[in-house]
Design a protein around this ligand. Structure first.
Ligand code: NAD
Ligand code: MN
Length: 448
């Protein structure tokens, strides 16, 4: 039995049977059987079904948000925003079904055209930090392209995926098109990656597990999309609006208790503004409301598990310049922390995946870019400056999939999201995601 906990109380909120490898096989078989009929559904009808799903998510959004908060420990205001995004994602891909199409290409002797074909059965493997959001980012384009799906959520946080699976059926999407299998990664997940009848794996998780997924996928030349870890830089130049940059930096590092692949966990600050910025930053961090995730004013909840808290605490040594307060008693609490560091320190090199941010000084634009890029990762990042030309120059020079200027946002429904370097490859969200869930077919017709 899988005991599902509320990380804010350590109480068991659900007991689920663990799926076996045989059940994973049955889910794949069901998805395979459902594929011919699903790919044949006309594009407008597929769009209509996805739109109905989006509407059902809207109608169920408070329940989904409460479920996500109790299972992940994230603040209810975050969970509500995430539930809204899930509905928006399904609306977007409902509208995208008939806008993702082929071309005709001028050739000699005939006519050439391309088609976007579905891949077949796709395996979707998701992490525990944004369970329902990330499931929707993969389900939307998978279904829009005419694929059928086996979704394997993380063992720690399977509840919202199970609920989404119910809503899929309620929306009238035929049985077998979406199958949710709750089981361990090393058995059920691994089986999906190796399965002959699974054409593609859409994976979000750690770089370490992603590396194994890529290896195991080689056996069947499976397509993979890998959305992996990050160690993103928040680059603050001396000419920036320091108040705004400092006010926004704590939530960019400590949002979702730092368990965010896009966390700006390296705060790079130009030396001439360093002391003043650090004062502003510590003050802003002190204002962060850490506590009961059900409270509407809470901005940071607990970590996901006791084991994860152990790991996060291993990163704390060195010069802690800020450490916040956390509730006493049960719950996997860990305070938000700012650590002065060099970019070579372990806390600045590895993904902590907790509320521990490294503050690192730099001297001038060239060093800022060098430090921002001095990491195996390349997922996200921010640039704070009032100099527009510099913002563009630095943005072009940072090897990262998603950047923002004078903002710490990363994810929007309509814009591509994904990594450079060891943060993975492939893009989610926007129209780009459709490329990852379809195959281009070229057809030449000799017209003599
Ligand atoms: P994880 O890599 O431990 O697990 C991710 C998923 O993979 C889980 O469902 C797990 O059961 C499954 N899995 C484990 N072993 C497997 C195997 N051998 N074969 C197939 N599947 C297997 O990640 P996590 O701890 O759940 O999540 C945290 C990580 O996810 C962080 O590194 C974070 O940066 C990353 N993440 C990345 C993004 C992104 O979009 N780039 C988004 C969120 C989280
Ligand atoms: Mn993990």
């Amino acid at each position: 039995m899988n005991q599902v906990l509320n990380p804010a109380t350590e109480e068991t909120i659900a007991e689920l049977p663990e799926a076996t490898v045989e059940e994973a096989d049955r889910a794949v078989a069901a998805a395979k059987a459902a594929f011919p009929a699903w790919r044949a559904v006309s594009p407008p009808d597929r769009g209509r079904l996805l739109r109905r799903l989006a509407t059902l998510v809207e109608e169920t959004s408070e329940e989904l948000a409460q479920l996500e908060t109790s299972n992940v420990g994230k603040p209810i205001s975050d969970s509500r925003a995430e539930a809204t995004m899930v509905a928006d994602v399904f609306h977007f891909y409902a509208g995208a079904v008939d806008k993702h199409h082929g071309e005709t290409i001028p050739v000699s002797g005939g006519i050439d055209m391309t088609f976007r074909e579905p891949l077949g059965v796709v395996g979707l493997i998701t992490p525990w930090n944004f369970p329902m959001n990330i499931a929707s980012w993969k389900l939307g384009p998978s279904l829009a392209c005419g694929n059928t799906v086996v979704l394997k959520p993380a063992e720690l946080t399977p509840l919202s995926a199970i609920r989404l699976g119910e809503l899929v059926l309620e929306a009238g999407i035929p049985e077998g098109v979406v199958n949710v299998v709750v089981g361990p990664g090393r058995t059920v997940g691994q089986r999906l990656v190796e399965h002959r009848d699974v054409a593609k794996i859409g994976f979000t998780g750690s770089t370490e597990i992603g590396r194994g997924v890529m290896q195991a996928a080689a056996g069947t030349i499976k397509r993979v999309t890998l959305e992996l870890g990050g160690k993103s830089a928040n680059v603050v130049f001396a000419d920036a609006d320091l108040e705004r940059a400092a006010a926004s930096a704590p939530s960019a590092a400590f949002g979702n208790a730092g368990q965010d692949c896009c966390a700006r966990s390296r705060i790079l600050v130009e030396r001439s503004a360093y002391d003043r910025f650090l004062d502003l930053l510590v003050e802003a961090a002190g204002g962060l409301r850490v506590g009961d995730p059900r409270d509407e004013s809470t901005e940071m909840g607990p970590l996901i598990s006791a084991e994860h808290r152990e790991r996060v605490s291993s990163y704390v040594n060195g010069n802690v310049v800020f450490s916040g307060n956390v509730p006493n008693g049960s719950g996997f609490w860990f305070p938000p922390m700012l650590v002065e560091a060099s970019n070579d320190d372990r806390v600045a090199r590895e993904e902590v995946f907790g509320p521990v941010a490294a503050v690192i000084p730099f001297e001038g634009e060239e060093e800022a870019v060098r430090l921002a890029n001095d990491t195996p990762y390349g997922l996200s990042g921010s640039i704070w400056t009032e100099d527009g030309a510099r913002a563009l120059r630095v943005a072009r020079a940072i090897d990262s999939g998603v950047l923002s200027v004078n903002s710490n946002t990363s994810v929007r429904v309509s814009t591509p999201f994904g990594g450079f370097k060891q943060s993975g490859f492939g893009r989610e969200l926007g129209l780009h995601a459709l490329d990852g869930y379809s195959e281009v077919k070229n057809l030449y017709i000799a017209t003599g």
